[in-house]
Design a protein around this ligand. Structure first.
Ligand code: GAP
Length: 456
């Protein structure tokens, strides 16, 4: 322990710190995200646009960290290649995929208050009564509503020019299956990974960035020999839940949900969701699907081009089965924030895993003095070479700690007058608030070791 800022951390008489609590109300997270620069309402100066959000300086860092972890977990394997396919695809793709005919939600409107509901999400008794759950007004009959956004390619806005904003990234992988397999000289089983935007005209978007109309997906399609699909499906289920655990997400907050026959998508033989327990209940975070040969079969049929794989060793041709892992990038980021959020009655902090935290280290002079600033700059430049770091000299040291706590920076490093004489700095730990004196020369190695052994 040091002289450093202890008294500034003790709670004021009105705000006694208690045990750490989880996030209870999404509004608290929405407010933190705006205040600290994670996520802003889109087009806010015009009053915003429903369910569209912009990532701010810290949000984009967090998002890049999520994507980088996912990408490395996929692409560092010898049996997975990456692609980045176009958002606009040939319109026949969406006929083949089943989206033109089948990507629909049943929509009911209240004639009185104009609220809009997905009929399949309404309680059966409410639907049968045809009364609005909000105001008791009369509900319309369900109408089928296609979730794909349409636009026009070229100057003519006629039916021949209709194209769709892709509702999933997966199709860009299927139509490139042979291009990738042949150019990368891969053998089945192998996978193709992609991160990219997807668009869905959701009837009921909401819960912050949980369900939006524009979002990013991180999808991987694994092509396997028919008959080995069940085994690969099980492997990918385990691999994917472990990835979320390695993001620091608490085990008790994750579970599998198996799709029953009524829930299975038109393409799936088996499907499990990885669900997370949000403040608004258990909800899907990622889907793992056994898509059989449905996709390649349909594209083969609609395009008239053979998409079979030739197994050189067995001298046989077959249409591979596909095991898909499909995670929402924004939803993964939301889970990271929700799971990390802590409040003890006084202090709010994000207990983010260091690989996800936008900044790993914050470095401060105890006071705004040139001699402390000079030393701080030296330490800052040194640490910055190894970790994403920030520095801050505005306000009391206690306030600066709190600011970094709220954005999830795992370590704070303070330079004080003792530093000038004995070349040691105070390292403060975000979660426990414990402080240790560490030689400034060993600081980078000290932090590296803490991250290597990180267990929350
Ligand atoms: N290719 C399969 C597929 O798209 P999905 O279950 O419809 O499957 C996969 O979507 C993941 O994409 C979901 O688990 C979720 O994380 C994310 N996702 C889907 N719709 C979303 C939306 N409207 N807003 C944010 N994320 C969404």
């Amino acid at each position: 322990m040091t002289e450093n800022a202890e008294k500034e951390q003790s709670p004021s008489p009105q705000k006694l710190a208690g045990p750490a609590q989880d996030l209870k109300d999404m509004a608290d997270l929405v407010s933190l995200c705006k205040r600290r620069g994670f996520v802003f309402p889109s087009s806010e100066v015009y009053g915003g646009i429903n369910a569209c959000w912009d990532y701010g300086p810290l949000g984009i860092e967090l998002k890049r960290n999520v994507k980088e972890r996912w990408w490395r977990a996929m692409i560092d394997r010898e049996d997975i290649e990456g692609v980045d396919a176009a958002i606009l695809m040939h319109p026949r793709v969406w006929e083949a995929s089943g989206h033109v005919a089948g990507f629909v939600d049943p929509l009911v409107d209240c004639k009185k208050c104009k609220s809009r509901f997905r009929a399949d999400k309404l309680d059966a008794a409410v639907l049968a009564s045809k009364k609005c759950p909000e105001c008791g007004g009369e509900l319309t009959e369900p109408r089928q509503f296609n979730l794909m956004f349409k636009t026009h390619m070229g100057p003519l806005e006629d039916t021949a020019s209709v194209v769709y904003l892709r509702p999933e990234t997966a199709q860009g992988i299927y139509v490139n299956f042979l291009n990738v397999q042949q150019s990368a000289r891969q053998k089945v089983p192998f996978g193709i990974a992609q991160i990219g935007k997807a668009f869905r005209n959701e009837i009921t978007p909401g819960n912050f960035i949980f369900r939006t109309r524009e979002f990013e997906q991180m999808e991987m399609q694994f092509f396997v020999k028919p008959g080995s699909d069940v085994e690969w499906f099980e492997k990918w289920k385990q691999t994917r839940i472990q990835w979320h655990l390695d993001n620091g997400i608490r085990k008790a907050k994750l579970r599998f949900h198996e799709h029953g026959p009524g829930e299975l998508a038109h393409y799936a033989k088996a499907a499990f969701d990885i669900e997370y327990e949000f403040p608004f209940g258990w909800q899907e975070l990622e889907g793992i699907h056994n898509r059989t040969d449905f996709d390649l079969g349909r594209h083969q049929q609609f395009s008239g081009k053979k998409l079979e794989y030739f197994d050189e060793e067995a001298k046989e041709r077959f249409l591979p089965y596909i095991v898909e892992t499909s995670a929402g990038c924004d939803r993964t980021l939301l889970v990271a924030l929700v799971d990390a959020y802590r409040f003890d009655g006084d202090r709010t902090w994000l207990s983010l895993h260091p690989t996800l935290a936008p900044y790993k280290v914050a470095i401060y002079p105890l006071m705004k003095k040139p001699e402390l600033r000079e030393y701080t700059d030296k330490v800052y430049m040194d640490v910055k070479k190894r970790f994403r770091a920030t520095t801050d000299e505005a306000g009391s040291i206690g306030k600066r700690y709190r600011r970094q706590d709220e954005i999830g920076t795992p370590f704070g490093v303070t330079i004080d007058y003792d530093t000038l004489s004995n070349h040691t700095v105070t390292v403060r730990h975000r979660d426990s608030m414990a402080q240790e004196r560490v030689s400034s020369e060993n600081l980078v190695r000290y932090i590296e070791e803490k991250f290597e052994k990180w267990n929350g």
